[in-house]
Write a protein that binds this ligand. Sequence first.
Ligand SMILES: Cc1cc2nc3c(=O)[nH]c(=O)nc-3n(C[C@H](O)[C@H](O)[C@H](O)COP(=O)(O)OP(=O)(O)OC[C@H]3O[C@@H](n4cnc5c(N)ncnc54)[C@H](O)[C@@H]3O)c2cc1C
Length: 269
Amino acid sequence: MIELNAVLTARRDIAPGLAVFRIEPVGWEIKDFQAGQFAVIGLPGSAARCDGSDPEEEISPPDKIVRRAYSIASSSLERQYLEFYVVMVESGALTPRLFALQPGDKLWLGKKITGAFTLANVPENYNLVLLSTGTGLAPYISMLRSKLLHNRQAKVGVLHGARHSWDLGYQNELAMVERDYKDFVYLPSITRPSAEKVPWPGLTGYIQDLWQQRPFAERWGFDPSPEHTHVLLCGNPAMIDTMIELLGQEGYQEHTKKTPGQIHLERYW
Ligand SMILES: Cc1cc2nc3c(=O)[nH]c(=O)nc-3n(C[C@H](O)[C@H](O)[C@H](O)COP(=O)(O)OP(=O)(O)OC[C@H]3O[C@@H](n4cnc5c(N)ncnc54)[C@H](O)[C@@H]3O)c2cc1C
């Protein structure tokens, strides 16, 4: 049986089925990584599922580790723990088991940290538009905490979409960065304003619809364009696909090893 080589040291519930987890290795060290990369978390099939999740067929053999990739939200300068921002998929194999854990519980954490969704191919003097849905915000939090965003010589804008205002994790942290750095803009947006108990004063609608309203133009004083802007996309694949199409019409190109471009993306499923 594979050893559970890490421990959950902290858990912050943002909303039901949405939480920030801090995980520490036990007896080994976190290797160097770049902000934007991901690690793999696992739990055995025998681990209990949390209340509120769908029942599932038994995993066989029960000690088989169910593993999934998660973007790191903590700073690349922080080596004691890794932080992850995770949403529970009720029918899922891993997340209902992860959400049953409490601080002190053991789990498996892959030692390899990898991924190409970093700022390695974004020139320092280019403006950055960071678009995300739900937990797709995690890599941007890591980039901010690693001091890669607010020290740039250009504008940075985060547009984060969620269903409700209470699902907008890291809201306070991002609002503080916006307050402290004049070149940083944080635009939270929600898709279900009618469910809000207090009227939501901010943006509403899907990221792809909001993009067409040019949300950064007024705040930046100019409209982002591929001549001076790179766009990062993370989260829901439907948002990513629509955004690639819309950005393509504006002249942006997806970055690949062979053809450098201004669109960088990470699909979660
Ligand atoms: C590189 C990479 C990084 C990732 N980083 C994160 C992260 O930081 N946070 C995070 O919550 N997830 C992240 N994911 C998704 C994660 O790996 C799992 O797929 C997810 O947690 C579901 O696992 P599960 O075993 O519970 O569900 P599964 O049994 O694997 O079911 C998968 C289904 O769940 C749905 N799903 C998967 N991810 C999500 C999601 N985030 N939101 C809504 N529905 C989803 C899709 O319909 C998918 O087909 C990432 C995926 C990749 C490839």
